[in-house]
Design a protein around this ligand. Structure first.
Ligand code: G6P
Length: 588
């Protein structure tokens, strides 16, 4: 979702801005633009579609000499993805880029129109530029502060003033960092966007305003200059490399064994490093997208083995519900980015109600990591492909370990799985190495319009992620269904050659799912079984290594991720950046 990059330094900002925009592409966007500035003027170039279009336009434009600029990738919310609506927006002496949503934009626009102010675009962003410009006499900070007072909603801003050679920035409920270089400084939606220039950054907190020159960063809060820590990221520049893979999605799937080993390492030495959940009577797992589906794996295991009632909810629903909390409730937030707007809102709602929050999160400096009561970090490193793969595996993995630990803490199981879990990265690698097999399956389904995934209990949770992954990257419509529920309507869709994936790993319901497989086969379905043992004589089967119930999903989902990848590749889809999707959904 929208990306921001800004540069002030010793040389032209163009290369940094373009590279930064490319590094932010993964967030999802449909138009892009830059503004560069010198003492005399501000010059903008914008275009609809890919960064390559913008780059071409820039190459064909005579640009002014400059050492200051801001740039933006826009994922349309207010107004369609047109050049006029693309950022940066200039109003009078003010040029801005914005990430977030101004909730009272319509109200402000009407009020400003009564003051005879004319708007060029349909965006909420232009309202911010109008306000800052309205309050700008000769004091940049004052103008920003006055404008911010009128805004409701979320924003990360990069701001240029024609009368100033500084870069200004501020944020609320939308991520933004200030990158610290040598004789050059940056602003960016995330540090990874500028990692080729610096690994040092300042985390801007809400209510703070940054005033940036090439060799100084001054942060203001409530009219005072405040001292901020300079942080260092451990993300390396080559983490952003495809390392020879055709796509980030494939690279990230292949990284799963390594990141799993890294994430599990401390806990396999000492399980007590994971939080103790025994005091809770109820758990709410709240997240969005695949993170929520990882939550479903956790809920199956926690309920089955640790005897805790677990409710899994989509954050955008949860945040608006009347949740009746039991004081012994724990809310677990799952988020790769830690910046998903709805998950943040759900976390704050639980905290306001005095409920304990635990975050399973990848980005350690993110809002969710900073505001939750307790955190368990996954060590996925940067995940660039929009559709998550390795982060999902780690989220599900941590929940599986937590379920195991809780069952142990409550003396509900005797089994010791740690020795076996240590073998998991190797087994996972074996599963990933069977790409030929998955390609064959992909070839047999890639021309289909509809696909079903069926399973029961935890296998159904696996189906949910398998189906989501396939439709996200290949645009084939697919649906996950509880195998036992098919008869109540959906089976009417099955006809000759209709692909149905059947996930069959849970011993308790294996036979039941096999009966459902028979039902769809007799109606013509082309069934592909994914199991941890050979099932009868079905033609198409992928058999993954059998492991304990806690870890079994981690050997099944990767096969579905790779099948989704191969299908998308055969269909020539834009695998790493599927249309209309954003990696980090920082607006409601
Ligand atoms: C987007 C991404 C998904 C991700 C979801 C939640 O929809 O495309 O891959 O699962 O957001 O993101 P989070 O950063 O909160 O895990």
């Amino acid at each position: 979702m929208c990306g921001i990059i800004g540069y002030i330094g010793k040389s032209s900002p163009i290369d940094v801005l373009i590279e930064g925009l490319k590094n932010l592409e993964y967030r999802g966007y449909d138009s892009a633009g830059i503004a560069v500035k010198n003492k005399e003027e501000v010059q903008k170039v914008k275009s609809v579609g890919k960064i390559a279009n913008l780059e071409e336009k820039i190459n064909n434009t005579k640009l002014i000499d400059s050492n200051l600029g801001i740039a933006h990738t826009r994922w349309a919310t207010h107004g369609s993805p047109t050049e006029i609506n693309a950022h940066p927006h200039t109003v009078g002496n003010v040029t801005i880029v914005h990430n977030g949503i101004i909730e009272n934009a319509e109200e402000l626009r009407k009020k400003l129109e009564k003051e005879n102010i004319k708007f060029n675009s349909e965006t909420d962003t232009e309202v911010i530029a109008v306000l800052i410009n309205k309050y700008y006499k000769d004091n940049e900070l004052e103008a920003i502060k006055k404008a911010l007072k009128e805004l409701k909603g979320s924003y990360a801003l990069g701001i240029l003033f024609s009368g100033s050679d500084k870069l200004y920035t501020t944020r609320k409920d939308s991520p933004l960092i200030v990158g610290i270089g040598k004789n050059e400084n940056f602003i960016a939606s995330d540090i990874a966007a500028i990692i080729n220039y610096t690994n040092k950054y300042i985390l801007l907190e809400e209510g703070e305003i940054g005033e940036i020159t090439k060799d100084k960063v001054v942060i203001y809060k409530d009219n005072k200059i405040i001292k901020k820590d300079i942080l260092e990221t451990d993300i390396s520049a080559d983490a952003k490399d495809k390392c020879g893979y055709d796509h980030y999605m494939l690279k990230e799937i292949m990284e799963e064994p390594i990141v799993l080993e890294k994430t599990f390492k401390p806990y396999l030495k000492d399980l007590s490093l994971l939080p103790n959940l025994t005091q809770y009577e109820e758990i709410h797992i709240v997240a969005c997208g695949s993170a929520m589906y990882a939550g479903l794996i956790g809920s199956s295991l926690l309920e089955e083995f640790a005897n805790i009632r677990v409710y899994v909810e989509v954050a955008s629903e949860y945040r608006y519900k009347n949740i009746v909390y039991n004081k012994k409730t724990l809310v677990i937030l799952i988020s790769q980015s830690g910046e998903t707007a709805d998950t943040i809102a759900a976390m704050r709602m639980a905290k306001d109600a005095g409920i304990d929050t635990l975050a399973i999160v990848n980005v350690k400096t993110s809002t969710i990591a900073r505001e939750s009561d307790k955190q368990v970090f996954i060590e996925a490193g940067p995940e660039i492909a929009v559709a998550t793969t390795k982060a999902y595996i780690l989220q599900a993995g941590i929940l599986s370990l937590l379920a195991y630990k809780t069952a142990k803490d409550k003396n509900l199981i005797k089994e010791d799985i740690i020795k076996e879990v240590k073998k998991l990265p190797r087994l996972l690698k074996e599963v990933l190495d069977r790409r030929e097999e998955y390609l064959e399956i992909a070839k047999s389904i890639y021309k289909k319009d509809n696909i079903f995934f069926i399973g029961r209990k935890i296998d159904y949770s696996i189906c949910m992620e398998g189906s989501l992954k396939l439709k996200e990257v290949s645009y084939i419509h697919s649906e996950a269904y509880q195998a036992g529920e098919l008869k109540h309507g959906t089976i009417s869709l099955i006809n000759d050659g209709y692909p149905v994936f059947a996930i069959i790993t849970d011993d308790k319901v294996k036979d039941k799912t096999i009966s459902n497989v028979e039902e769809v086969i007799s109606r013509g379905a082309d069934v592909i079984i994914i199991s941890n043992e050979k099932i009868a004589n079905y033609k198409k089967q992928v058999i993954v290594p059998k492991i304990n119930s806690f870890m079994q999903p981690l050997l099944v989902v990767p096969t579905l991720q790779l099948i989704a990848y191969e299908v998308a590749k055969l269909r020539n889809c834009d695998i790493d950046k599927p249309k209309n999707l954003a990696k980090s959904v920082t607006v409601e």
